[in-house]
Design a protein around this ligand. Structure first.
Ligand code: 26W
Length: 824
């Protein structure tokens, strides 16, 4: 009877409309006759969800039955964006749903547009995690994600009339989230504070008691693979008070204390920390990290125990990937469980741990390397601090054995940094507690080995340290965001997208078509329509009219000094000043350009916020200048998000990735632009280098000093400073115009300008001239549209390497040792 009643995935239009209407009537309790777009979205989502759940259950059943080795991706951030369109495309049901909703009187675009982004991340690291989940499911790999279910995702960015960034909360769950399933039956208790007492019975065991206990409750998010039944799981934890109220306080008449207890438990998962690249050592952040790693490990262990194997076989069934150092507490937590609860000896426990974990580093910037004050750890997690000290003692003993008497080395390699207060260096702990360590692009992985982890490479051997160049999912970042281009590719290659979207190197077959004029015309037409789609979006959301007969030049990413949005805006001012000095005759030769910026600044990052303010105010002046506005205009699009990126990226002719050499670990939007036929203007940094290797240097615009020069240049700035006027007159002129008040509020920008005039840590004055020269090369290349379109086609054709399928398969084979599982 069970079997007969089980439902299958609905694939025909009439079953789809039936299930849609059924959800309107029963799940939403609404009248089908006065349904708005939001209701239509909800009904469509619930109906698609029914389909996903069928596959999701089968996938789970398969994994349970076969008990293969599984991998778990621990990430404090998952920047998922919207789900409905992606799910429909992965299920191959987009056309049927479009037809279904049309029959019911809606348009697919309006319906899709109702969905809020799931923005549980800051930037690159969080979006990478989302791409890896898509690829894991699409490659049929048994991978689950673990994260936190923040009530508020990344803040909403507003821009004040003066051009200042304002932050508003992002209550993304207010409209209900059809893509998650509360698992009220899956919950774990997580302890904080209290006392840890060693047993002193000849074992390494200790008792950790007292303190506060909080409940972690699971919410599951379905992750559909592309053209496969495999539907994996992303498990997000929500914190709850263990008992809703502290009844004792309540009865004692202390109502406030009772409510307080429930408040502080719920606070743990209330908000995503909005900084990337700076660690502030805040207690609540550490609580988030432990809460999440403890719940995830308890869940993983419970699942492992269900297969009935000996605990020593744990690493044969479980691989855990640490997405940066944020989940590093998982290392001492697993030690605690194995020693205090499973009663293993230290060596056996450490062997299990160091065969289970894998650590990915995402940045070598010193301010981004996490360090936790010892007193804070001692207070919040007393048992974990003991374990960290024990790990450190044994580790330093082994270092001392290899390098007797080398005290400097011991101090350098210690997990504990001396100082007031002492701090635990999380990257070192992640490194020594893991089976392997990797960076995210070739240059970056070399820098990890030669800078922050140099001593560890020497001590542990270089084979532990590897590289997995990042990737992006071509499903969202081509098929979904650029449907016309996707269709053209399928038509031209005569290959179903179900094939090439999963074997992206097939795009190389486009190469000969660079010589086909008709194809080039089609290609250019799609780019043009994507520019018009963006212009339409800006018109309807901001009321601004954009010139679509211009080159679209885009820089979209978090605001950060190392990413050098300031270099870009100073370049724009330089262009403006140059245009102002041109004769009418000269102006005729200039190709119009529209420059777009978007990105959020961390709320406490003063200089980054000033950069936004400068961009907005420069835009105000130059967009209103009748002398130049047809040739140059500038837009700062507020509230950058995954959904906005999906409109911006396909519309770009050129995009900018201009970090100081050696500072951007990889970058992933560079790959997205290139996949959509946008050319790249960048420094010799991160994955830009590998992109150039693939598409050929003649198809990218490189400029600026190289990584090995950076250290020397900084030394020069400090010890032999040369005034900007002398070193780079063009830049000095631009700075003086800003200082002189050409864009209003003269004094306001001084702190920003002074970062360049004094110290210039990110080397703007060293790279400015070659940047301007590169921009001129872009202008010139754009004048020859035939050659430009050829470059564009070649760029897309050579992007196969950057599919996140390639990256996730490298992790699966060379790190986790897991295999694909076919769900039939
Ligand atoms: C503790 C505060 C904090 C928060 C987040 C420090 C560092 C981070 C992340 C590691 C920052 C981040 O997102 N890094 C980016 O990771 C991407 C994916 O690998 C890379 O493409 C980017 O180059 C890198 O900046």
């Amino acid at each position: 009877v069970w079997k007969d009643c089980m439902r299958d995935v609905d694939t025909d239009v009439s079953s789809i409309t039936k299930s849609f209407v059924n959800h309107v009537q029963t799940s939403l309790a609404r009248q089908p006759y006065n349904l708005d777009n939001l209701g239509a979205y909800q009904a469509a989502a619930l109906s698609v969800r029914d389909n996903l759940l069928v596959n999701w259950n089968e996938t789970a059943l398969q994994y349970t039955r076969k008990a293969p080795k599984r991998a778990y991706y621990l990430s404090l951030e998952f920047l998922m964006g919207r789900t409905l369109d992606n799910a429909l495309l992965n299920l191959g049901l987009k056309d049927q749903y479009a037809e279904g909703v049309k029959k019911l009187g809606f348009t697919m675009e309006d319906v899709l547009d109702q969905e809020r982004d799931a923005a549980l991340g800051n930037g690159g690291l969080g979006r990478l995690a989302a791409c890896y989940l898509d690829s894991s499911a699409s490659q049929e790999l048994p991978v689950w994600g673990y994260g936190l279910r923040y009530k508020y995702g990344i803040f909403q960015q507003l821009i004040s009339p003066a051009g200042e960034q304002l932050e508003a909360p992002d209550p993304w769950l207010d409209n209900q989230n059809p893509w998650e399933l509360p698992r009220l039956d899956v919950s774990y208790e997580v302890r904080f504070y209290g006392h840890a007492e060693r047993m002193n019975d000849g074992t390494p065991r200790a008792m950790w008691t007292g303190g506060q206990e909080v409940l972690a409750v699971a919410y599951d998010v379905m992750i559909p693979g592309c053209y496969t039944k495999t539907t994996n799981n992303l498990r997000l934890w929500e914190s709850k008070p263990k008992r809703g109220f502290d009844l004792n306080s309540f009865n004692a008449g202390n109502y406030e204390a009772a409510v307080e207890a429930s408040n502080s438990a719920a606070a743990i998962t209330s908000v995503l920390y909005p900084n990337d690249h700076t660690s502030f050592g805040k207690e609540l952040r550490l609580k988030q990290q432990y809460f999440w790693t403890a719940a995830s490990l308890a869940d993983i262990l419970r699942r492992f125990k269900n297969i009935g194997k000996s605990i020593t076989e744990f690493p044969d069934y479980v691989a855990i990937q640490l997405n940066d150092t944020h989940p590093t507490l998982a290392i001492p937590e697993l030690m605690r469980i194995l020693i205090d609860e499973e009663d293993l000896d230290w060596a056996t426990a450490w062997k299990i741990v160091t065969n289970t974990f894998f650590y990915t580093n995402h940045t070598v910037l010193p301010e981004a390397l996490e360090k936790w004050p010892v007193p804070l750890l001692e207070h919040l997690l007393p048992r974990h601090l003991q374990i960290i000290y024990d790990i450190n003692l044994l580790f330093l003993q082994s270092v001392e054995k290899k390098y007797p008497g080398d005290r400097d080395r011991l101090a350098r390699m210690s997990l504990i940094e001396e100082g007031f207060p002492k701090q635990v260096r999380m990257a070192y702990l992640a490194c020594i507690g893991s089976r392997k360590v990797n960076g995210v692009a070739e240059l970056h992985s070399e820098l990890v080995k030669t800078t922050i982890l140099k001593d560890f490479v020497e001590f542990e051997g270089v084979s532990k340290f590897g590289n997995v160049t990042n990737g992006i999912t071509p499903r969202r970042w081509l098929d979904q965001c650029n449907p016309e281009l996707s269709a053209l590719i399928s038509r031209t290659l005569k290959v179903d997208k179900a094939v090439w979207l999963k074997e992206l190197t097939l795009l190389e077959k486009l190469l000969p078509l660079t010589e086909d004029a008709a194809f080039r015309t089609e290609w250019a037409g799609i780019k043009q329509r994507n520019k018009e789609r963006l212009a339409h979006h800006v018109q309807t959301t901001l009321g601004l009219t954009i010139n679509t007969n211009a080159m679209f030049d885009v820089q979209i990413k978090r605001l950060h000094e190392y990413k050098r949005q300031t270099l870009n805006i100073l370049g724009v001012i330089h262009r403006y000043l140059t245009l102002k000095n041109m004769s009418a005759e000269e102006k005729k030769k200039v190709n119009p350009r529209v420059v777009f910026f978007a990105g959020k600044a961390a709320p406490a990052y003063y200089i980054a916020k000033l950069t936004i303010r400068l961009i907005v105010n420069v835009a105000r002046i130059i967009n209103a200048d009748p002398d130049t506005k047809d040739l140059l205009s500038l837009y700062f699009l507020p509230d950058y998000s995954v959904s906005l990126a999906e409109v911006l990226i396909p519309a770009s002719d050129i995009s900018q990735h201009i970090s100081t050499a050696g500072t951007e670990a990889s970058g992933t939007s560079n790959m997205k632009f290139c996949l959509n036929g946008g050319l790249l203007l960048g420094t010799v940094d991160g994955a830009n280098i590998e992109i150039a290797e693939e598409v050929g240097e003649s198809n990218v615009f490189f400029f600026g000093h190289l990584t090995p020069a950076v250290e020397d240049l900084r030394y020069q700035h400090t010890y032999h400073p040369v005034p900007i006027e002398e070193k780079c007159p063009a830049l000095a002129n631009v700075l003086n115009q800003v200082s002189g008040g050409l864009f209003g509020d003269a004094h306001v920008y001084e702190p920003l300008l002074n970062t360049i005039r004094q110290g210039d840590y990110y080397l703007l004055s060293d790279d400015f001239d070659s940047y301007i020269a590169a921009l001129a090369m872009v202008d010139e290349a754009y004048l020859d549209q035939t050659e430009w379109v050829k470059k564009s086609i070649r760029t897309t054709a050579k992007m196969g390497k950057f599919s996140s399928d390639r990256a996730i398969n490298e992790y699966a084979e060379s790190y986790w040792n897991i295999e694909a599982q076919r769900v039939v």
